[in-house]
Design a protein around this ligand. Structure first.
Ligand code: NAP
Length: 547
């Protein structure tokens, strides 16, 4: 019985590097990797050694005979990938390409390289790890996070019921403990310290600040009360300190989610999830209280195109269909042909399901382009037209969540492309679009580099590429030596932000959250208030508990 990759796959490909028989694909070196939903294990080649499962940071790989949810479906999904993408017989013992960090040989007296990283999400930490793990340079990393708690998308984006995915934070915790890593939390580059000040203390700066804005629908009524971006809702239920006070009207029977990507499925699921299930997650307490009183019974998820273009991934769609007490219904017929994808087969299966009386519902509706939000003082309905049919439909609802994509925001001093909402770059090097010349020492990684797409582990290879460009510039003498060192910078940060926290404070807060969580039967109880975070950190400092 082979091992099998299941729902939580984060695509970071740690498993690929340890597989002795090259049975996990697509690898980051293969073309399909950039568009794959997940990685797959070839059951014909797997030798059942379990090395991949041992290293998987999110526990997505299980033995094929395990009792994990939907394991039979995943066995079929894994096998199907290799039926559709046949490949040559692998060499008996295959060595996969490794991130350069792991592959580098140590050198005597390695050169010192000081890099600042702005942001503390997945791409920030993967870049830090890629630099700190190398043995041919002596890297020093200064990471800046404007919030008092770290984690970016892992903490504030991943849905609370996806706790396996969140466990990748263990990997980031290990990076933050490496020699040469300095953390400044509660410090915003561009507000508390300027980019010039940060740049002058480092050889290079990697901007990994994500995509903190929203794409717009551009329709009438979009800004009526009751219409919110899904990003705001996600930030609220995940305890983002800047979204704690938001109010979402959950008193109506129906909500509409525009878009059918994974964010749309996340917010739809959270809106109708069983409250006792949510109580066992790290969802923010204020959201738990509000959702416990929610009257919402039905969430309509709108795709403007047909089912074959649904933007969600197959594993997320599959998991949606087995939630207790929730019917997933496809509005209209779906016919999957003989060569149909696993996603189309699932949608066809859902389209044949009968609703169960008393269940809540997620209704997947296709060919429905939003035209207008109707209401005077707040949203009362959403009007759609059939993209192909032109049929006009008015959907009564009290809440609309627009899950049509996140959007990067400009960074002062860096060239920005408003169309892709990314900083203009080539392989992570920031470049001037007019001249094509690079901005010395400035790099980007993650969503601000490539746009808001991909799962957590996609950021690993994105960061590896950026670090590759940075090191190439360093080796060729294109990065001038910094004028100041880490001590000067720490003094500047202390002067400007006396309340700033460091890595030890972060670990103290993490410890507090997990301890509270253990008592409550949850992975953690999130601190959502900056003052509370500071109090916990100060108390840990006072008690002398090592960070
Ligand atoms: P997404 O996958 O790009 O989906 C955006 C959706 O919005 C699509 O259905 C798109 O339809 C629709 N849309 C865009 N503009 C529209 C308009 N003007 N009118 C109507 N619909 C419109 O974005 P996302 O859901 O925000 O996810 C971002 C990335 O994060 C994705 O790569 C996703 O897989 C990842 N993510 C992963 C997970 C997970 O692994 N569990 C969870 C959350 C997010 P069209 O296709 O027709 O353009």
């Amino acid at each position: 019985m082979s091992y099998v990759v299941t729902q939580n796959c984060c695509n970071d490909a740690t498993c690929v590097a340890v597989c002795p028989v090259d049975c996990i694909h697509p690898t980051p070196a293969e073309r399909e990797y950039s568009r794959t939903e997940m990685l797959y294990i070839d059951p014909q080649t797997c030798i059942d050694c379990g090395a991949c499962a041992d290293v998987c940071p999110v526990d997505a790989i299980v033995p094929g005979d395990s009792t994990a949810p939907d394991v039979d479906r995943y066995l079929e999904l894994n096998a199907d990938f290799f039926r559709r993408n046949p490949r040559d017989a692998p060499a008996a013992a295959h060595v996969q390409p490794l991130p350069a960090s792991i592959a580098t040989a140590g050198v005597a007296d390695p050169p010192r390289l000081r890099v600042a990283i702005v942001g503390s999400g997945p791409s920030a930490f993967y870049a830090a790890e890629e630099l700190l793990a190398r043995r041919d340079i002596d890297a020093e990393i200064t990471m800046f996070e404007r919030l008092p708690v770290a984690g970016g998308l892992v903490r504030f984006g991943v849905a609370p019921d996806h706790w396996h995915t969140k466990s990748v934070d263990r990997v980031f915790g290990r990076t933050a403990r490496r020699a040469g890593f300095t953390f400044h939390l509660g410090v915003e580059v561009g507000r508390d310290v300027t980019l010039d000040e940060v740049s002058s203390h480092h050889h290079a700066v990697i901007h990994a600040s994500g995509a903190p804005g929203d794409r717009r629908l551009g329709i009438t009524g979009e800004d009526l009360p009751g219409s919110h971006s899904a990003r705001e809702f996600v930030a609220w239920y995940n305890g983002h300190p800047e979204h704690v006070g938001r109010k979402f009207d959950l008193s109506g029977k129906r909500a509409v989610v525009v878009g059918n990507g994974n964010v749309a499925l996340d917010v739809a699921r959270i809106l109708v999830s069983d409250i006792e299930t949510l109580r066992r997650t790290d969802i923010a307490d204020h959201a738990l209280t509000a959702l416990a009183d929610s009257e919402i019974e039905e969430v309509v998820v709108l795709g403007r195109r047909g089912p074959e273009h649904a933007a969600c991934t197959t594993p997320e769609l599959m998991a949606l269909g087995s939630l207790p007490g929730i019917d997933v219904i496809v509005d209209g017929a779906v016919t999957a042909g003989p060569e149909a994808s696993a996603k189309m087969l699932l949608l066809e299966e859902y389209s044949r399901r009968e609703p169960v009386p008393g269940h809540k519902r997620i209704v997947l509706r296709f060919d429905a382009t939003p035209q207008e939000m109707v209401g005077t003082d707040r949203v009362r309905a959403l009007v759609t037209t059939g993209t192909d049919s032109g049929r006009r439909t008015e959907i009564d609802c009290g809440l609309v969540l627009r899950a049509v994509g996140y959007r990067g925001l400009p960074i002062d001093g860096l060239p920005f492309d408003p169309v892709s909402a990314t900083v203009v770059n080539i392989e992570g090097r920031v470049v001037d679009p007019a001249t094509g010349s690079s901005s010395p020492g400035q790099y980007v990684a993650g969503w601000i580099k490539r746009g808001a797409t991909g799962v957590i582990g996609t950021n690993r290879w994105c960061a590896v590429e950026t670090v590759g460009s940075l090191l190439d510039d360093f080796r060729h003498g294109r990065l001038p030596d910094p004028a100041g060192d880490g001590t000067d910078l720490a003094a500047l940060v202390r002067e400007r932000c006396p309340e700033a926290m460091d890595g030890a404070d972060w670990r103290a807060i993490d410890r507090w959250e997990r301890t509270e969580g253990r008592t409550a039967g949850r992975p953690r109880v999130k601190v959502v208030d900056a003052a509370d975070a500071a109090r916990i950190a100060l108390s840990a400092r006072a008690s002398g508990v090592p960070g």
